[in-house]
Ligand binder design. Structure first.
Ligand SMILES: [Zn+2]
Length: 243
């Protein structure tokens, strides 16, 4: 993000009580932590994204373990399974996932999970299985896309579901049906910025302030007012991340 763009996004997000900004590799983890140290309402997550799993090494593991215990870091991840961009690193993705799960468990932090397949739903099916086998104490299915098996596993194990811009896309009726089935105390909203901007901003760069449009759609789906849903998701984020 260009500096002036980043400044504008920060300005627009000043009304937020708390933002969790996400690390995905050693450089991004440091950038996330620097933002969290500079702004009292921003917190960081540090992790190794499944598409970067090939970077996994003993040095990187030590670096993650070091960063994750910083008091401004409130989650581990994004971790997960991505067979859309990097199906060839499946073994490394599992190693990175298991490592981050153990780290999150040891530090009593939630684990943020990214799950994406190219065709079919192999990553989603495998993640549902992995969750049932490993039972992380606190986890977030981030940018949840509505997969029924993952929904079932997440509900069964008491996970949080991060809803992003696609909740507002016209064709995503199945995702909206899934979101309606998620209990109120498991709902989170997120941007996935700069990706997945909500309607009516599709095609533009996403930024934190646009999360309001996803929140509005979520409120409507649960038959609540915007402010009530804002209060609920604030409370959930606080319970999940300990802001
Ligand atoms: Zn992701």
């Amino acid at each position: 993000m260009a500096p002036e763009e980043a400044q504008a996004a920060l300005e627009a997000a000043k009304g937020f009580r708390a933002i969790l900004t996400i690390g995905t590799n050693p450089l991004r983890n440091r950038q996330a932590l620097a933002l969290a140290e500079a702004h009292p309402h921003i917190w960081a997550s540090v992790g190794l994204h499944p598409t970067e799993a090939r970077l996994l090494s003993p040095e990187l593991e030590a670096d993650l373990a070091y960063l994750a215990q910083h008091p401004r870091v409130r989650a581990v991840g994004e971790s997960g399974l991505d067979y859309y961009w990097t199906p060839e690193t499946r073994t490394a993705q599992y190693r990175a996932l298991d490592f981050q799960h153990a780290l999150a468990h040891r530090l009593n932090r939630p684990l943020i999970l990214h799950v994406r397949s190219k065709e079919g739903d192999q990553a989603e099916q495998e993640m549902a299985q992995w969750l049932r086998h490993n039972r992380p104490a606190r986890f977030v299915l981030h940018a949840f896309a509505g997969h029924p098996g993952l929904l079932a596993a997440g509900l069964e194990l008491g996970g949080y579901f991060g809803l992003a811009g696609p909740l507002t896309y016209k064709k995503n009726q199945a995702l909206r049906e899934a979101a309606r089935q998620i209990p109120l105390d498991r709902l989170l909203v997120e941007t996935d910025a700069p990706f997945l901007p909500p309607e009516p901003f599709r095609g533009q760069r996403n930024h934190p302030a646009l999360v309001r449009f996803t929140l509005a759609r979520l409120a409507e789906l649960h038959g609540l007012g915007l402010e009530e849903m804002e209060r609920i998701t604030d409370q959930n984020a606080q319970a999940c991340f300990g802001f």
